[in-house]
Design a protein around this ligand. Structure first.
Ligand SMILES: Nc1nc2c(ncn2[C@@H]2O[C@H](COP(=O)(O)OP(=O)(O)OP(=O)(O)O)[C@@H](O)[C@H]2O)c(=O)[nH]1
Ligand SMILES: [Mg+2]
Length: 219
């Protein structure tokens, strides 16, 4: 590719990321104005993002007004699963895009009555690479992997761990049948980001889900 074209592509990418960051800052301000606590949940396909949000929703929906925004390429399967637990959901279908961006979120929050919510969770499209470039304007980012993705999944995808506040290593109920050392996965995450808060969970048995909720709502 000619050098001139390559530099245009790089500039375009930089513009995209800068525009995304600016819009994310506006999202953050709007959510703050309504006193809404917000989290975006990123992670591998099938790691258990929706299952964890189901587990959290059923525990907190009695005391808090929750909206879950689900990013998915084409379906509303995840939103339908979560809605059963007494929270509101909005599905965003991203089509060919492999991650949500702050424009998607700005459209949703501009067109919602934010006075109806105390908490917003955003489940991103399952992907450990694309979402790292696109912050959304939430208070905290949660990254989810599971032990079934293999012992190297964290080391192979450092970017999301570097820029997340909370890491979840899920499906620990399967530890007896999967050859993986969870302690090593925890060390990998801490090496990438010494400040990250790590929870080893099972969305099936609810192991450590109350502790996770405590962390999310502690300050
Ligand atoms: N054994 C076990 N299975 C789990 C756990 N969490 C999720 N699953 C199962 O893993 C599969 C995928 O879970 P989802 O919650 O759909 O995962 P996801 O990360 O939302 O997937 P995408 O949105 O498609 O990226 C489902 O069959 C869940 O029942 C867990 O902690 N333990
Ligand atoms: Mg999901």
């Amino acid at each position: 590719m000619p050098e001139e074209e390559l530099s245009k592509i790089i500039e375009l990418n930089e513009d995209l990321i800068e525009n995304n960051d600016n819009l994310a800052a506006q999202n953050k301000e709007l959510l703050k104005r309504y006193n809404i606590r917000s989290f975006d949940v990123v992670g591998a396909i099938g790691a258990g993002k929706t299952a964890i949000l189901e587990s959290i929703s059923k525990r907190i929906s009695k005391n808090r007004r929750v909206l879950v925004i689900n990013g998915d390429v084409t379906t509303r399967i995840d939103a339908d699963r979560i809605e059963k637990h007494g929270v509101k959901t909005i599905q965003i279908n991203t089509g060919r895009e492999c991650a949500l961006n702050s424009y998607h979120i700005s459209q949703v929050i501009k067109n919602s009555d934010l006075s109806e919510y105390d908490v917003i969770f955003i489940e991103n499209v399952g992907n450990l690479i694309c979402p790292s470039d696109f912050i959304l304007g939430t208070d905290k980012r949660i990254v989810v992997v599971s032990i079934t993705e293999g012992p190297w999944v964290i080391r192979k995808h450092p970017m999301l761990f570097k820029f997340s506040d909370v890491a979840i290593i899920n499906k620990v109920d399967l530890v007896d049948v999967i050859d993986v050392n969870i302690e090593n996965m925890i060390s990998d995450a801490l090496e990438i980001n010494p400040n990250i808060k790590i929870f080893t969970t099972s969305a099936i048995t609810d192991e450590n889900i109350p502790e996770l909720i405590k962390e999310l709502f502690s300050d």
